[in-house]
Design a protein around this ligand. Structure first.
Ligand code: ZN
Length: 452
């Protein structure tokens, strides 16, 4: 059932020409026990710029600033966490093969890497090597020679800086995120989606920054939230939830700050949070980002196909959405107890604007009103008043909720949202709530970039 559902989505996306999935291949965030994080112990991390970056192949638009895009990508991570890069050059063109690392951390755009991608249309891939203790010893990044790139937003191409920034996240040891506006979201939009340049993933979201800081440290004075997601069935037995999405938003502004996916033990942990008040929400991973897209092979999330057991998030129980104060230099415990049955009835799978549906965040601007779409099972059953934002800066105009005709396998609705002029950059969510109190977040579905 899972496979059929996913292929249906991918077929739809291929038809729309909108996005392709970007998959992590050989990295692991933690080992099977979830205790040892895969990360670099060496500092600085020496990055070898392949000479292919100086004379890129023809799939990269002529005149693109390839080296500048890579330097900016590295810089985004270096200012976010305690990570340092040292730049060298190398005449090597191809990434190391799977069991033959050369201890050179090569970043290459050479067309000689075509074999590493086969027929895949992912814009990039990162191959990571570890020692027996779990430390990363090498990571190589290649861009796919079979797809097109640019640095100026040319429609039908991928943005170089966005792709590099995502792949450098893998180089550092990060897995994929289920927060739609995150740079580490599993898919990258092509320029031209929604009729816009796809620059959102150039800049790191709070979630990406929190991930990098959890691996490499952050400024003193941050706090953590940790706990376990447990589902109880009608029979009274409790079961730890594997693959549940637990995420925190700023209680005042509704900005999404960071998320985590529960381990087989049901445990989650969100580090590097600024002191303050947060709303923490737990829900099944069954939306635009699905459970089986989170992990690479062999990590602690291997075998994760669906949130297990599935559960509905409900307003009435007050257990799937909780408020908590985070204090500096302290870890605060927050457990979740949900009912394991039934599985969610509302499953928003796609979102869109400007006539297109996709699974990436919608790039919005302050001071403007937008018509956006949400597609998925049950979305047409949501009462107009049940569609909202948790940000006081983002208003859903419930008078505008309309059923739309799309060539999509799910119902599609549209509605207008207005983004206040004073909205700060970041990711914000749309919440759908049914008449009987079930709710689903489209986590970080709205992204406001600092550049605007
Ligand atoms: Zn990836």
């Amino acid at each position: 059932m899972t496979a059929r559902r996913i292929s249906a989505i991918l077929c739809l996306l291929a038809f729309l020409g909108a996005t392709v999935p970007v998959r992590a291949y050989t990295l692991r965030y933690r080992d099977a026990s979830g205790i040892v994080a895969r990360r670099w112990l060496t500092r600085p991390i020496i990055i070898a710029f392949s000479t292919s970056l100086n004379s890129p192949p023809s799939n990269i638009k002529e005149g693109s600033d390839v080296i500048g895009a890579l330097r900016r990508a590295l810089h985004h991570w270096a200012v976010a966490a305690d990570v340092q890069f040292f730049e060298t050059t190398s005449s090597v063109q191809t990434i190391s093969s799977q069991h033959a690392g050369d201890r050179i951390n090569l970043i290459t755009v050479s067309s000689d890497n075509a074999a590493a991608f086969g027929s895949y249309e992912n814009p990039g891939r990162t191959r990571v090597f570890y020692d027996s203790g779990g430390a990363i010893t090498e990571a190589d990044i290649a861009l796919n020679p079979n797809v097109s790139f640019s640095s100026d937003g040319t429609p039908g191409t991928y943005d170089l800086e966005s792709t590099f920034t995502h792949e450098v996240g893998h180089l550092l040891g990060l897995e994929h995120s289920a927060i739609l506006g995150a740079t580490m979201q599993p898919r990258q939009a092509m320029n031209g989606l929604f009729g816009l340049p796809a620059f959102t993933q150039r800049s790191l979201s709070e979630d990406d920054i929190a991930g990098a800081r959890s691996l490499y440290g952050s400024r003193a004075g941050s706090g953590s939230i940790f706990g376990r997601l447990v589902a109880s069935s009608i029979g009274g037995q409790s079961q730890r939830v594997f693959g549940g999405h637990v995420f925190a938003e700023d209680a005042l502004t509704g900005r999404v700050i960071a998320g985590n996916v529960t381990l087989p033990s049901g445990d989650y942990r969100i580090d590097a949070l600024e002191p303050g008040n947060y709303r923490v929400i737990g829900q099944s991973l069954d939306g635009p980002v699905e459970a089986d897209e989170i992990a690479s092979a062999n990590g602690s999330y291997s075998g994760l196909l669906d949130t297990s057991p599935p559960f509905r998030s409900r307003v009435a129980s007050r257990s799937s959405s909780q408020s908590i104060a985070v204090t500096a230099d302290a870890a605060t415990s927050l457990g979740f107890f949900v009912s394991s049955n039934p599985a969610p009835a509302i499953k928003p799978r796609l979102l869109g604007m400007n006539g297109e549906l996709s699974t990436v965040a919608l790039p919005l601007k302050p001071g403007k009103t937008f018509t956006i779409y949400v597609a998925g099972e049950g979305v047409d059953e949501i009462p107009a008043a049940g569609i909202s934002s948790t940000s006081p800066f983002i208003q859903v105009n419930s008078d505008t909720v309309t059923n739309e005709e799309f060539d999509a396998p799910y119902p599609v609705i549209s509605f207008q949202i207005t983004v206040a002029r004073e909205t700060m950059p970041g990711e914000y969510s749309i919440v759908l709530q049914s008449g009987d109190g079930e709710f689903v977040y489209l986590v970080g579905a709205l992204t406001i970039d600092a550049d605007y």
